[in-house]
Design a protein around this ligand. Structure first.
Ligand code: COA
Length: 348
């Protein structure tokens, strides 16, 4: 049975750099607070009129496809992970198919927020292993800036996130010492509402009992309306300490699950690439797993948390910086809204 390898990888981040000091023009915050609590120094925000989640994903995809040594017409399946799609529907996968003039191949969108890319990788891996597809394009892309609230009331959320995209081409290999060894997917919906954007949505107050525990705002209209916008009910909400607590428990657990499954220990890792949620979370994982600095890759300082794009962007930068060589043991791990969390262990 073939294993999957990453045959090509690419990333795209918008040119607009917003430093922490830039954010102080919109809200009551400071560079010191943001760096101390999150590690973020700056982030990119997409051009409001020209760049979308799909267009950024397409740019990253073009690079990944070229580096894989194939053409867009050789791709036989698309998986697109995002929480900020261009349209409520259809998904972004078909926009990639159209823009890159691909054949009438399957296009699947994944709505798993921060773990979306690792979930997508796991789905793609199954298709490669079964022999169904040979060139799978996986894209993670986010344009958070259009849903972030730059008012002081949302400062604990808005300072963390940024825009960008990453993409990989997954291909089969028969080589012994290469490829994805295993993937591990998890969820726990008990706290689904503590990191969420409720509207526009079909909840119609169905979950309001839960929502009331976390959000003082009255959840009234079930569809976008002036009153909803006036009451700021169409914006993301986050219980930061609640997310932090769960993340630092589940991240190390899912990394160890992948290592144990394949007979490895943290000391064997050449590189852990965690979802760039928050530098403090990455440092906690590093400490818990007793990893050296050079075993953990962080670039949240430059891009903020780019949700489904963060793992492929970090993977691409780590590769571009020459941090992986063939045969190295690499672990990707992610945790986020849902909650969902996941890992993938591979030999590069
Ligand atoms: N600038 C300045 N002050 C801020 C601020 C900001 N951007 N955001 C919040 N504060 C203030 C709060 O108003 C509060 O003030 P008060 O004590 O006067 O009430 C104080 O800082 C502490 O707020 P709190 O929310 O308890 O901060 P925290 O130490 O938990 O840090 C997070 C907030 C969001 C950085 C932290 O909880 C976190 O990292 N959580 C995980 C979030 C995450 O990773 N999300 C993505 C998951 S994929």
């Amino acid at each position: 049975m073939p294993k999957s390898i990453i045959g090509g990888i690419g990333m795209y981040v918008p040119g607009n750099v917003y430093t922490n000091n830039d954010l102080t023009k919109f809200m009551d915050t400071s560079d010191e607070w943001i760096q101390e609590r999150t590690g973020v120094r700056e982030r990119r925000f997409a051009d409001r009129s020209n760049e979308t989640t799909a267009t950024m994903g397409i740019e990253a995809a073009k690079i990944a496809i070229e580096r894989a040594g194939i053409t867009p017409q050789d791709v036989d399946f698309i998986i697109f992970a995002t929480l900020s799609p261009d349209y409520y529907f259809p998904g972004c996968g078909v926009l990639v198919q159209r823009a890159l003039k691909m054949n009438e191949i399957g296009a699947l969108d994944i709505r798993n927020q921060c773990s979306g890319f690792v979930y997508a990788l796991s789905v793609g891996d199954q298709f490669i292993r079964s022999g169904m597809y040979k060139n799978i394009l996986i894209v993670g892309s986010e344009k958070h800036s259009f849903i972030l609230d730059f008012n002081t009331r949302s400062r604990h959320i808005s300072v963390i996130f940024g825009d960008g995209a990453g993409a990989v081409v997954l291909q089969p290999t028969e080589e012994e010492n290469r490829g994805i060894l295993s993937t591990h997917l998890h969820s726990d919906g008990n706290d689904a509402e503590i990191l969420a954007m409720y509207n526009p949505g079909s909840h119609a107050n169905h979950w309001v009992k839960n929502l009331a525990d976390y959000n003082e705002a009255e959840i009234g209209d079930q569809y976008e309306s002036h009153s909803m916008i006036d009451a700021a009910q169409n914006l993301p909400v986050m219980d930061g300490p609640g997310v932090f607590k769960k993340a630092v428990a589940k991240f190390p657990e899912v990394v160890l699950e992948a290592l144990n499954k394949n007979g490895y220990s943290p000391a064997d890792l050449a590189l852990l690439i965690p979802h760039q949620a928050n530098l403090r979370i990455s440092q906690f994982i590093q400490h818990k797993l007793k990893l050296r600095d050079e075993q953990v890759f962080n670039n949240i300082q430059k891009y903020g948390n780019t949700t489904a794009a963060s793992v492929p962007i970090a993977l691409c930068e780590a590769w571009q910086e020459g941090k992986m060589k063939q045969g190295d043991l690499i672990c990707l791990a992610a945790f986020g809204s849902g909650f969902t969390w996941a890992s993938a262990l591979m030999k590069w």
